[in-house]
Each structure stands twice: as C-alpha cells, then as structure tokens.
Design a protein around this ligand. Structure first.
Ligand code: PLP
Length: 424
C-alpha cells in the first residue's frame, strides 16, 4: 500500500492506540480521517511499464522499502492490506493475511503445509470445522490426524509424536488453546520444543506449529511470543466482535505469510472490501470491548459458581492453583476471557427450562460479540458428536456454553438468576 505515515510514529506499542489508527494515513484518501471502502475488482495503471512493475512486484517480490501496487482484488486490495497491517501489529507479528472466514484461514494453513503421506498432530477437542476438515477432506488426501491426549503433559505429547511419526512425517501441529468449549489448555512452548525435536528426526523438516487463538484473542494470548510459528484467529468472534461479519486471519513471519497469501489467491478466499472495512472498524474498539466483557465474565462466573443449581463452571479464572494447566495459563495468558461453560444440576429438560426463561441472553451459537450468548452444547454445537466422544471432551446434557457480552453485569446476573429459578 502506498504511503503509511502513521507507521513512523515512534514508540507506539499499546494495542489501544494501534487499534485505532495504525497503518492508515489520511493523506492517502483526500484527508479522510477514516479509511475509505475501495469497491473495485481491478486496478488501472498510468502506463504499460507501471503495469509490468506491479506484476513483477507481485510475482517476484517488491524491492525493499517500496510497496507493491494493486492488480486485482482477489490478489490484494487496499482495505485488505490495511486490515492485515493493523491486525499484525495487534498480534505482535511481522505480517498477517486475512481470509473470508476462520475456516478459510485454517484451510489455507493446512493445505500449505501438508501433503499426502504426512501426519498432523492436534490438541483435543478441536473446533468442529477443524475436526471435520482434518478427518474428512484431508484424510481423503492421505493425511493422518493424531490427537495429543494432554497438551500440558510432556509424556502425552511425546507419545502422540511417536504415534503420528509411525504414520508418516509430521508436517504440522495444530494447537487450539484454550479449547472450545472445555477451556482445556495446551502448552505452546512445550509443543514448539516437540516440533524442534521432530526437525532433527525428519531430516530438517520441522512441523509448523499453528495456534488457533480464537477463544482468547490477540489481547489475552500472544502465541507467537510463546514459540508458535503462526497464530490463527476467527475475526468473526472477538476481533469482529459484533456478530455481524465472518472473517479470519493468520499472523506470523513474512516468510510464512507470503505463501499463504499466494495460496489464498488460488483458492479465492480473500476477505472482501466491505468486510475488511467492517473488521477494521471493529478493531478500533477491540481493547475496550475485551476489557468490559472480561470484567463482566468474572462477575457472571462467580455468580454461577456460588449458585445451588449449578454443578460446575469451567471458567479459566477458576483453574486450581498447583495444577499444570494453571501454571501454563499463568505463563501463557493475560486474562481469562469471557466464553466458558457451566453445568447445571439436571439434564436436557432442566437446561431447556432455564434457556427458555432467559430475556437478555440470546440463544445462539458463536461467541465474542457485544451481546451475551448462550447455547446448549450437546444439542447445538456438538449435535453431530457421538455421546461417548462428548463425554470424553466434557460436554454432557447439563452443559451450557456462554459468551459474556458488554451489557451491564447486574442485568446479566439478574437474567441468569431468574432463568435458574425455572429449574424445579
Ligand atoms: C468460530 C471458530 C472457528 C471458525 O471461524 P469461522 O470464522 O466461523 O470460519 C475456528 N476456531 C474456533 C475456535 C472458533 O471458535
């Protein structure tokens, strides 16, 4: 992108400031304080030589210090470039690539680094879409997925490495931490060390360590700082934050992001101009929304823990001192987030009685929006998961997942209190 005066602002490191203006210079757009939405599919050149230069820059890389021009919006466009710049800054990464959804981002990462005969290691449980991709289309391509039993335990990781290696070279390790909806923790540094050890065994081929950072997001967990090669986020959730857009992003070093952008061009899964603009607008209030939702979640979690009709609460702030998960959480995360699950005393009918009484909480899947959401995991997000697998990952008929929004905490607690009264 041409011109980017605000990059020159020295010493600006706080996410609150980066989120508002980083990467945009009003002089690039008639002095407009806010970035325009550039609705065009293609870009015109002032001369044939300029057209050649733009293509040379795209295919061979631009000379250092010179920004490449735009060619065609599936390859890149101004809103996408700006969103990627700002998201990379928030993620503490050299570069980022934005996609049409979180799943598009995950698909590109997996397809870029896995080939037939490879194996892939992953933590458990996985987001349903990621699980479906690994065990459906990728299995069909001859790629074997192997689960790590316990992502904070050295021996468990080592055992999964042996199992995966027996199927073929490990091309990638996919880490979802904290996990959805159990809030299970994996130790990113421990898994990065396993990747280093695998490189020595695989003739120098080191598996790429990818973290799905959707559950906590850029402001509460920095996977790259803990040894991950790539950090992936569904922009649909906390970064987008208003439940009105679908998008995804991956951040990391330029050497790993460049190939993802080129693959994205071939798959056709770039983020469009309007959604890029919406996502940029959302990022401005990301730190504010995050702080409020986290504070609300702490209040709601404490209320539920102390309620007689609630059997357990899986809020990260309640991880027991002295446990391995707590130690990793303290080292790796700077907050407990605002999505967690709790179990009521009873089963499906008690859960449904409660849900149908709620007025403020919206009954919907997804998370990370300004509004508080709740869903009955077994019959919604985990509908297609067999009961024995659900039991293994801690989702039973009494499990409800909530995503706490930015409303007044008293109203949220009152809504839950009145709904819990509906349980006989
Ligand atoms: C929602 C979600 C995704 C997928 O993101 P989409 O934007 O819906 O494609 C991936 N991982 C996690 C943990 C999610 O919650």
């Amino acid at each position: 992108m041409s011109g980017s005066g605000s990059d020159d602002v020295r010493g600006v490191r706080h996410p609150d400031t980066l989120a508002v203006g980083y990467g945009y210079d009003p002089q690039d757009a008639f002095g407009a304080v806010k970035p325009p939405i550039v609705l065009t599919s293609t870009f015109a050149y002032p001369s044939a030589a300029a057209a050649k230069q733009a293509h040379r820059d795209y295919f061979d890389g631009a000379a250092p210090g010179r920004e490449a021009g735009f060619i065609y919006a599936r390859l890149d466009h101004p809103g996408l470039a700006l969103l990627e710049k700002r998201f990379a800054a928030l993620d503490g990464a050299e570069e980022a690539a934005a996609f049409a959804s979180g799943m598009a981002a995950i698909s590109a990462v997996l397809l870029a680094h896995l080939k037939p005969g490879d194996s892939v290691l992953h933590t458990r449980p996985l987001y349903g879409g990621t699980h479906g991709l690994l065990h459906g289309p990728l299995a069909g391509l001859g790629i074997t997925a192997v689960a790590i039993g316990d992502g904070v335990d050295d021996a468990s990781v080592a055992q999964a490495v042996e199992t995966a290696s027996a199927h073929g070279p490990v091309g990638l390790i996919f880490v979802e931490t904290p996990a959805n909806p159990t809030n299970g923790i994996a130790d990113i540094a421990l898994i990065a060390r396993a990747a280093d050890a695998l490189a020595a065994r695989q003739g120098g081929r080191r598996p790429v360590v990818v973290v799905d950072n959707t559950f906590l997001g850029s402001l509460l967990q920095a996977p790259l700082a803990h040894g991950a090669d790539l950090s992936m986020t569904s922009l649909t959730k906390y970064a987008g934050g208003h439940s009105d857009l679908i998008g995804g992003a991956v951040s990391g070093p330029a050497a790993l992001i460049g190939p993802l952008r080129r693959l994205r061009t071939l798959l056709g899964t770039h983020l469009d101009p309007f959604t890029s603009w919406l996502a940029l607008r959302s990022l401005e209030t990301f730190p504010l929304r995050n702080a409020r939702a986290n504070a609300n979640a702490a209040v709601v979690a404490a209320f539920l823990r102390d309620h007689a009709k609630v059997a357990s609460v899986s809020y990260l702030g309640f991880l027991k001192a002295g446990t391995p998960a707590r130690a990793v959480f303290d080292r790796q995360c700077t907050g407990a987030g605002s999505t967690f699950s709790f179990r009521i005393r009873g089963g499906e009918s008690e859960a449904f009685a409660m849900l149908d009484r709620l007025q403020v909480f919206r009954m919907a899947v997804s998370l990370g929006g300004t509004e508080s959401l709740i869903c009955h995991s077994a019959t919604t997000t985990h509908y297609s998961v067999p009961p024995e697998i659900r039991a293994e990952v801690g989702v039973d008929d009494a499990t409800l997942r909530i995503s706490v929004g930015i409303e007044h905490p008293d109203d949220l607690v009152a809504d839950l209190a009145s709904a819990l009264d509906a349980i006989p």
